[in-house]
Design a protein around this ligand. Sequence first.
Ligand SMILES: Nc1nc2c(ncn2[C@@H]2O[C@H](COP(=O)(O)OP(=O)(O)OP(=O)(O)O)[C@@H](O)[C@H]2O)c(=O)[nH]1
Ligand SMILES: [Mg+2]
Length: 490
Amino acid sequence: MASSLTTFTDEARIALDTLSGRAAGLFSPSLRLGVTGLSRAGKTVFISALVHNLIHGGRLPLFEAQKSGRIARAFLEEQPDDAVPRFQYEDHIAALVDDRAWPDSTRAISELRLTIEYESASGWNRLFSAGKLSVDIVDYPGEWLLDLPLLGKSFADFSREAVELAALSVRSDLSQGWLALAAKIDPDADADEMTARRLAESFAAYLKACKLDERALSTLPPGRFLMPGDLEGSPALTFAPLMRLPERRPRSGSLHAMMERRYEAYKTHVVKPFFREHITRLDRQIVLIDAMQALNAGPAAMADLERAVTEILSCFRPGRGNFVTDLFSRRIDRILVAATKADQLHHESHDRLQAIVRRLADRAVARANFSGAYVDVLAMAAVRSTREGTVKQGREALPVIIGTPLNGEKINGEAFDGKAETAIFPGDLPEKVDAVFDVSGPQAENNEPAIRFVRFRPPKLERTAEGATLSLPHIRLDRALQFLIGDHLA
Ligand SMILES: Nc1nc2c(ncn2[C@@H]2O[C@H](COP(=O)(O)OP(=O)(O)OP(=O)(O)O)[C@@H](O)[C@H]2O)c(=O)[nH]1
Ligand SMILES: [Mg+2]
């Protein structure tokens, strides 16, 4: 399997890339930081907040270089890859800070280079190093990540899994239309463009419904069916899984042969270049997980999230024998799995959120047979949109979070207007981690969520006496930074 996927040209190209990367690294050390996460996990917000806090000297007490005053300055520089658009940092910050609005879903790839000038903590290093580190970060639509596991799957695997997942009870009502259509189609019939199109459209409509639906499913590949980027309307997207595929090779001229060819073309011309150019060159990686969304939707969504995370982590498994990492030029030595949006909970629940994500990551790491990289887990919020307080209820003091719910958010039938500040009791996460994963437990009976939360607008920033806005507040962004780049600034 590996040799058919990993062509010689791929390996040669990556080796070259690495050589030139290393040579350039001699003059100005650079680190490629992968910000990985499914759609809406919080990648764009994380990147914006990270840059903003470093450039504006934000409060980062757990980020050692900053705390000890060794960072002289941090600034955006011209990025290394001319063919990739620049990350629209200023626009995202303007939206967050001035309009108090979250950025839109990312529709295409972009990149930025953040350069940090620092003073080394050791006298020895100070003598030899320029004290300059460039961090390269790529932002992309989360849906595209779903395609990575496809690289290791044949058309038959892809079809079988798609049909199996569509039949699960969390999806069956959304997949009905496509399944009914696919069941009527004979894969051995003559190839026909109209049939291919009808199948592809129906399959894409089902995937889109999974994403829109409030069940918070982690969606399914192919990612470009959901976020086509520059492939909108392209024939490269006119394929779909087929049912009842025979074991033998498809008859030439059949629908089966046509779909298989297009599936392979999608992998070769769409998935692989993206992966080769952007993912195989990573040094460090943070995997953002929106566990809140899934917790809110119940155990079936948690199981679905776990499946998606396992599939993705197995793509990053280091070492030979892994079809994907055979392509890796560098070795990712640290991975941080971060539960995002912890600001939607009271801090008393942060440890529980972290425990839930640790459990999810541990199982994914074990199942993906993953070893060789140091994996840590964290509950964080790149942008903290709430503050904490207590509300008296009778004799009890209830811990609440206070913020401005987004326009249209609802709790117990009350709808918010996006203007008024409100105190909310989001509930506690269960003490027993198992409960939130247990698809056959009492909670799962009616797919009952562990918590109820609302989404808040970004915070109103304080201003200094001179009128300058302070940096964006966060929860444990500094710990994430320390883990991801701290040792490079030692
Ligand atoms: N409260 C809170 N909400 C957040 C935070 N980060 C992201 N969000 C919410 O999550 C949504 C998605 O965040 P993005 O950063 O756009 O997510 P993404 O991973 O870039 O998503 P795609 O571009 O679709 O792949 C935002 O619109 C916010 O509503 C955070 O730190 N705190
Ligand atoms: Mg984004």
